[in-house]
Every structure is written in C-alpha cells, then in structure tokens.
Design a protein around this ligand. Structure first.
Ligand SMILES: *Cc1c(COP(=O)(O)O)cnc(C)c1O
Length: 430
C-alpha cells in the first residue's frame, strides 16, 4: 500500500515540491502532506485510509460537503452531454442569472476558470474603464497570482511596491500600491496624493488569506467615498467570502450596515464552482460593456463557462438557497469557534476567534488582529503544534496560521463536538 510519505517522495520526483499549489506542501507547519484518496460529506480519507474531519473543504468550495448527491447527479448528467464545446450553452446563462439574482450589485457577469484569472481580468477591466493605471491593494489580501499582485509594500506610502516573487519585473508592480488593511488614514493619504491616477481599490472584504480578518465598516465606507470622489472603482474580491459568509456574500453584510452600499466590480470563485474550476467577475452593464467583444478590454478563455463546471456550480448555488441553509451553517461554525474558545480558556491558553457564515478563524492572541502584521505577530509556534495535534486526532485544519477555516453543511453537531473535544486535548498539550 502507498503511504503518504512514499507518495510524497514519488511526487517530489516529478512535481516541484511534490505539489501543484504551494500551501499543500505543509511547509509552514512541517511534516508530510496527506495524499487524499476520497471524500464524502464532512470527511476526507488519505492514502493510509485515515479519516479526517475536513475544515478546508478544498479551500472553500465544498460548502455542501463532499459528494452531495444532487451535485453529483448534475455533474454526471453534464458529463454525458459533453465535456467542452468552446461555444455558448444555455447553462452559462442559467448560472449567470443565478449569480445576478443573488448578488444585486451586479448586472452582468463573465465566467472564467480560476480566481486568479477573475481577479486579473477585473483589474484589467477597471484600468480599461477608468483609463488609469494605478491600483491599491492591502497587505495580507490575496487576489490570485497575477504578476501585478505579487507585491509587498514599499518603504514609504509614496513609494510603490516590490515584487514578492522572482520572475516579476519591478516595472510590472510599479503601479501597485500596497496599504495596511483597516488603516483609514493611509488610504486617505494615498488618494490625496495620487487619487487622479488610481483605477481601483481591490480588497478581500472579509479576508481569508491572512487567517480571518474583517474590514471594519468605517474602512469600507471611507473607501467607497474616496472611490466615488476620485472616480476610482471599488473591487470586492469575494472569491473566498462569496456565497460563503452569507448567501449574498460579504457585500450583503456591509450593505446592511451601510444602506445602498455596493462595490463596482465583484470577483467570485470557489463556491460558485462547487469544487470545479470556475470563477467569475461581475459589474454594472456600463462597466461590463468595456469587455470584448463589446468593448476594448480583451479577455477570453478556451474552457470559460465549461459545461461540466457550470452544472456543478449551478447545482451548488441552488442548494445553498434552501431556506435555513445559512442559518444552520452559521450556527455550526459559531458552535465550533465557541467550543474552541471555551476549551482554550479551560486549558489556560490565550485564544480569540471570529466567524461568519461557514468561514472561521482563530488566533493564539488576546484580541482579534485588524491587519496582516498583527496576524503574523503572535502564535505561529503554537499554531503549528496545534495543527499537528489536531491532525493526529483526525481533524484536518488548514496547514498554515494565515489561512481561514471552512465548515460545510455536512458537518454534524457530532463532528463539531468531536472537533472541540480534540481541540481541548490539544490545548492542554501546547
Ligand atoms: C483563492 C483566492 C483567489 C485565487 O483563486 P484561484 O482559483 O486559486 O486562482 C483569489 N482571491 C481570493 C480572495 C482567494 O481566496
């Protein structure tokens, strides 16, 4: 029988680092990555037939749990009709209509195959629409691995960023300004000095790539005002938060606090594909009219709107609209985090946690961090130890402190209780 270790060794011979996406390699926490053979409901099994309660859910898409029978049926039916045509299909219209019905801020949507592609296209669209080059992003937010986004803050606010990856020429990131998340004074200063050149501000409104950090309501409100004042577009990257923190995505949560609030462009992925390669970006008709073939902003894809992926996404979106779906999911997630906090307190371990819908984060710190530096300041060693203590007890958390966690509708009260009990044991061993 293959073991995780033997597969990892074999993988490393033919795949760089043995993985097709870096975080899977367990570099942050150490140890051998688990090679997954199958999944069902809330569980995944590795090559050694060890079962885990899965809190990654493919990094967010598996909101229904793995192998939901209605999704499987839709996919099987679609496969029999054909894998890919490179021509339009009715199902693409259905998925677009479904997305726009749930997300009223947008009037049109373009389907693509990955969140990276969607984010990259949204930026091109914002630049094409405004005729400007500069973009603002925030440290700790991930918007995919497009060249212009692989950037860290420069030495001062007035300086543009430096590439964080080899292979990205400095000129490619010279228009990208990286600011601190939740820092209103910084973005006010950025607009005051270069507002006329800023095409867009891109944000993860509830960030899931620096653990779990919410943008404050005043922060979102101020960015909206600045974008309106200076004619820049506000881009919500909801690849992770979309259809995950609430049916209407994070924007529906901010619209409750700020009546009438909407972003100009929304980026989706993960949940809308239900585990298949599918992502999207959406905006008003006026903005989307700039896209090819209507307008001058080029964007294309051989597998865009793939018939199997759209069937999977459509079935997923239908199911998450059932009455009570998000109430139940939110309650599960909340009980998991409440359980973690209670067990940590009993064990004398400092812990704070937050969650929204089916997404959560916990920190070995005494208060919730508001930006990336604060996330990374504390608790790494504790997290890495905790991760392995949980894995050994059959609980699969994201293998890095800077990642959020995900609960699915398939997680039962018993799964949550078992996880909380495992956490209790782990906290006592930290
Ligand atoms: C996952 C993610 C992306 C990138 O999506 P891929 O499908 O991995 O390319 C972009 N933005 C956010 C917020 C994400 O979480």
């Amino acid at each position: 029988m293959s073991t995780n270790a033997s597969l990892f060794e074999r993988a490393q011979r033919v795949i760089p680092g043995g993985v097709n996406s870096p975080v899977r390699a367990f570099r942050a926490v150490g140890g051998t990555p688990r090679f997954i053979t199958r999944a069902q409901g809330a569980y995944i099994w590795d090559a050694e037939n060890q079962r885990y309660i899965d809190y990654i859910g493919s990094w967010g898409p598996m909101i229904l749990g793995h192998g939901h029978p209605e999704v499987v049926e839709a996919v099987q039916k679609a496969v029999l009709e054909g894998f890919s045509f490179g021509a339009p299909t009715e199902r693409e219209i259905e998925l677009a209509e479904e997305i726009l019905k749930i997300v009223p801020s947008a009037e049109q949507v373009r389907l693509v195959s990955s969140g990276t592609e969607a984010g990259m296209s949204a930026i091109r669209l914002a630049r094409g629409f405004t005729g400007r080059s500069k973009l603002i992003k925030f440290e700790g937010c991930y918007h995919g691995h497009a060249d212009a986004l692989l950037v860290k803050a420069g030495s001062g606010l007035a300086t543009f960023g430096h590439p964080t990856s080899a292979g990205v020429p400095p000129e490619v990131v010279q228009h990208t300004l990286v600011l601190e998340y939740n820092n209103i004074a910084q973005i006010e200063e950025a607009f005051a000095t270069q507002g006329a050149d800023i095409a867009c501000v891109m944000i993860e409104p509830i960030a899931g790539n620096m653990n779990f950090v919410r943008a404050s309501v005043p922060f979102i409100q101020r960015i909206r005002e600045l974008c309106d004042q200076y004619g820049a577009l506000f881009v919500f990257d909801e690849v992770m938060s979309g259809f995950r923190v609430a049916l209407g995505s994070a924007q529906s949560i901010y619209a409750k606090a700020l009546p009438g609030f909407k972003p100009d462009i929304s980026v989706f992925g993960k949940v809308i594909g239900g585990g298949m390669p599918l992502a999207a970006f959406a905006a008003s008709k006026e903005i989307m009219a700039k896209l090819a073939p209507l307008g001058p902003v080029y964007q294309a894809g051989t597998l865009s709107g793939n018939p199997v992926a759209t069937a999977c996404g459509l079935a997923t979106l239908k199911l998450i609209q059932r009455p009570g779906f998000f109430e139940a999911l939110s309650a599960s997630t909340r009980s998991l985090m409440d359980g973690f906090c209670a067990e940590a307190q009993a064990a004398g371990v400092e812990l704070t946690a937050d969650c929204e819908g089916g997404m959560f984060g916990f920190f070995f710190a005494d208060q919730l961090p508001q930006h990336y530096q604060a996330v990374m300041a504390k608790g790494t060693d504790k997290f890495n130890k905790f991760f392995h203590l949980m894995l050994d007890q059959g609980v699969y958390l994201a293998p890095a402190m800077y990642e959020a966690g995900f609960v699915s509708a398939a997680h039962t009260a018993d799964d949550i209780a078992q996880t909380v009990a495992a956490a209790g044991k782990a906290f006592r061993q930290l």
